[in-house]
Design a protein around this ligand. Structure first.
Ligand code: ADP
Length: 221
């Protein structure tokens, strides 16, 4: 079951996160090899991924047999069993795979993965928790932190900005954020230009440093 294209991805661990990731990769047209130690999980995904294998990924011989060293992209989606996560990570790093992502369930777990040499550590619960907190607290309809201090926010336009031409609105100067797209009430998303005239009822997408994006969004309430 080796990789046959550069759109091949191996996903190790098919819990809630690994499954959702693997199925989305399939939707995106990737070839996906999924591996899990649980027979029932493997059976339930049979036919929905390119290959699904019931195996213990901490076994080097198994990984070699599955041609894992030939994959360009591998995601280690084992979380709660930290020992297994670390063992698999250590094996994969020896294989010289170009891109490895690993899921961490806690900061110490993530730190260990980074110390081992993983460049892309993912914190699904932590990131989702932060995202939802912003949505619950603020007027934000959505929040994605794109980098450690840079975010994209979807929010309702403050009525006081209605009628302003974006180029004259002073939003970037005053708030340090950039309006990138605008969706009028009942309309569809349009790219924002200097000539876009903001209307009451618009939903807007802004990017900027996280704190500034938050402040701007709060001001929109
Ligand atoms: P989630 O929170 O996304 O459900 P879990 O960490 O609970 O994540 O799930 C991880 C998955 O990885 C489980 O389905 C488990 O069976 C699988 N797994 C754990 N250890 C191994 C291993 N050594 N080899 C293969 N799969 C494993």
């Amino acid at each position: 079951a080796g990789p046959t294209s550069d759109r091949s991805v191996a996903v190790i661990g098919l819990g809630r996160f690994g499954q959702s990731l693997a199925l989305e990769l399939m939707d995106e047209g990737a070839e996906v090899l999924g591996i899990d130690a649980r027979e029932d999980i493997v059976q339930s995904l049979n036919g929905r991924l390119t290959h699904v294998v019931h195996a213990d990924a901490t076994d080097e011989a198994v990984l070699r047999q599955l041609s894992i060293p030939e994959f360009d992209r591998v995601v280690i989606a084992i979380g709660s069993d930290i020992q297994a996560s670390i063992l698999v990570t250590s094996l994969l790093l020896r294989f010289d795979i170009r891109k490895i992502w690993a899921k961490a369930v806690s900061d110490p777990h993530g730190l260990i993965l980074e110390q081992l040499g993983i460049q892309h550590v993912i914190y699904p619960e932590k990131d989702m928790g932060r995202r939802v907190a912003h949505i619950v607290l603020g007027t934000m309809q959505d929040f994605i932190e794109i980098d450690t201090d840079f975010a994209m926010v979807k929010t309702a336009l403050s009525p006081e900005l209605a009628g302003a031409r974006l180029g004259d609105s002073g939003i970037r100067r005053r708030y340090g954020v950039t309006v990138t797209s605008v969706k009028p009430a009942g309309g569809t998303w349009q790219p924002a230009t200097q000539d876009t005239v903001l209307q009451e009822g618009d939903t807007i997408l802004v990017t900027g440093p996280t704190k500034q994006a938050e402040t701007f969004s709060r001001g929109m309430s």
